[in-house]
Ligand binder design. Structure first.
Ligand SMILES: C[S@@+](CC[C@H](N)C(=O)[O-])C[C@H]1O[C@@H](n2cnc3c(N)ncnc32)[C@H](O)[C@@H]1O
Length: 233
């Protein structure tokens, strides 16, 4: 279900930035006018509709001081990619408060299933509250490192990896859980000088190693918060 076209469901930027999250997001990049770099701002690439649950999730996220959700353009991409996998099995590592999960569910059909893993129960409680009645989603509270070691279920058709395990480390283990032809998505790849040095270093190393990763064909996209879109080969 989508939010009504044209309804302002993106609130203004927060007064302060939350850096507790290991993967800083760029939720407020949405306020930047789109541009093709040649002075043409005509191409509007912000979604004009979104999941109905989003305003409530964002409001509750603010109440617990969480601002690191994926930005709207990335969310729209997640929904689009999820729609390419009818009946698909979808994985999110790093639920946060459920913004990415809301977009994934928005794109999934009735037979698709989402597992979303988060180490912080307080954050995941927001997602559970707003999305937990959807029978297509399972929220798992666990460290993604341990979860990657323990998971022995069916392989996945799409993985949105939004925390360090499966991205800056354990990438091979994550790829082993993807079907050939399955999609691998990460965001927050465009560096922001305000981010912690450690995160910037991890992103730099990840992008440098990407072309050499066995079993992954990937394209870095300098768009929105910076995306890597890959396919398990
Ligand atoms: C960028 S936020 C996720 C945002 C969410 N995917 C979205 O699109 O709205 C990253 C999340 O990963 C979680 N996280 C960090 N390390 C983790 C780990 N080892 N296992 C599971 N979750 C982790 C953080 O607590 C945080 O909620």
């Amino acid at each position: 279900m989508s939010h009504a076209l044209g309804t302002p469901f993106w609130p203004g930027p927060p007064a302060t930035s939350d850096r507790n999250c290991t993967s800083p997001g760029s939720a407020w990049a949405d306020t930047t006018p789109p541009s093709n770099g040649q002075g043409n701002t005509a191409m509007q690439d912000l979604p004009t509709a979104g999941p109905a649950a989003l305003p409530g999730i964002i409001a509750d996220s603010g109440r617990i001081g969480f601002t690191m959700w994926c930005e709207a353009r990335v969310g729209s991409l997640l929904a689009t990619l999820a729609s390419s996998k009818p009946g698909g099995r979808i994985l999110e590592l790093g639920t946060g408060t459920g913004v990415g999960a809301a977009w994934l569910l928005d794109g999934m059909d009735a037979d698709a299933r989402l597992i979303s893993v988060e180490v912080d129960p307080a954050m995941q409680a927001v997602a559970l509250n707003h999305l937990g009645r959807d029978p297509r989603v399972t929220f798992t509270t666990a460290d993604a490192d341990a979860w990657l070691s323990d998971y022995d279920g069916e392989p996945f058709d799409l993985a949105f990896v939004d925390c360090p395990p499966g991205k800056s480390h354990r990438l091979a283990d994550l790829l082993a859980l993807l079907r050939v032809g399955g999609l691998y998505v990460v965001d927050d790849m465009v560096l922001d000088p305000t981010w912690p040095d450690d995160y910037q270093r991890q992103v730099g190393e990840f992008l440098e190693e990407l072309p050499t990763v066995t079993g992954l064909r990937a394209t870095p996209l300098h768009w929105a918060s910076g995306v890597v879109l890959g396919v398990r080969v």
